[in-house]
Design a binder for this molecule. Structure first.
Ligand code: ATP
Length: 235
């Protein structure tokens, strides 16, 4: 589905992502592990078309996408649910969700259907649909960010640290929901520092250090890897 081949991403002279080769198959959950500053967000920005690759290629269903604009990439079916939520705090939950649907030309009924589905996944958003997004708790805002991404009907959803700053119980809910979204047919690319929770739901993972992939494998392989245990699971 998504293939990155020898991707380099630079900020000026600084190379933030070096030689990244990643393959994501339809239906998978792939996790990118790595400390702050390891290059995960930069890689997401490159896939989303927000940051140009310096060299290498990114293809989606065998079509090169690394020269397309960000809005074309969203239309192709790659949607990022951003770290830091990036909601419109003064607008209602309902309005924020509606904005997520604007990437495609769709009939009102179809948008309503998708919205009902988001409300089924997140009943709290339905309860609060007339509330300002900024009045929601951190966990609820994260759910709204995921809901808004779902409104664009993505084939591939990218989530950057969805568990950041959330209470453990909410983190568990969040990962359950990500798993449900995946089972319903959306492929997931997840950047996380919470390796334990992420590897439990993921099929495969890549470990980033200083912009390079230093390790990759199935979740089982990574979970039993001594380096991963020490650096990311704390066992
Ligand atoms: P985090 O979880 O903190 O976002 P990350 O693994 O996603 O970490 P990136 O945000 O991709 O890491 O950052 C990779 C490197 O690139 C870091 O050293 C960072 O300081 C640098 N960097 C990120 N954005 C820019 C920018 N706009 N200009 C210059 N350097 C940047």
């Amino acid at each position: 589905m998504l293939k990155l081949k020898e991707v380099h991403v630079k900020y000026g002279h600084y190379t933030a992502v070096k030689d990244a080769t990643i393959e994501v198959e339809s239906g998978e959950i792939i996790v990118l592990l790595g400390a702050n500053g390891a290059g995960k967000s930069t890689l997401f920005r490159a896939i989303s078309g927000l940051q140009r690759v310096a060299s290498g290629s990114i293809s989606f269903f065998d079509e090169p996408i690394h020269s397309l604009s960000a809005d074309r990439i969203v239309q192709k079916g790659i949607v990022q649910c951003a770290e830091g939520r990036k909601l419109f705090p003064q607008m209602t939950v309902h309005e924020n969700l509606q904005l997520g649907a604007f990437v495609h030309k769709r009939k009102k009924e179809q948008i309503k259907e998708t919205m009902n589905h988001v409300y089924e996944l997140f009943p709290i958003l339905k309860d609060k649909d007339t509330h300002a997004a900024g009045s929601l708790s951190g966990g609820q805002q994260q759910m709204l960010a995921i809901g808004r991404a779902l409104m664009a009907k993505p084939k591939l959803m990218m989530l950057d640290e969805p568990s950041i700053g959330l209470a453990p119980l909410i983190v568990e809910q969040m990962f359950n929901i990500i798993e449900t979204i995946n089972k319903e047919g959306t492929t997931i690319l997840l950047a996380e520092q919470n390796a334990n929770a992420a590897l439990k739901i993921a099929d495969k993972g890549y470990v980033f250090e200083s912009g390079s992939i230093v390790l990759s494998g199935t979740s089982e392989e990574l979970m039993s890897n001594e380096k991963v245990k020490k650096a990311y699971i704390g066992a």
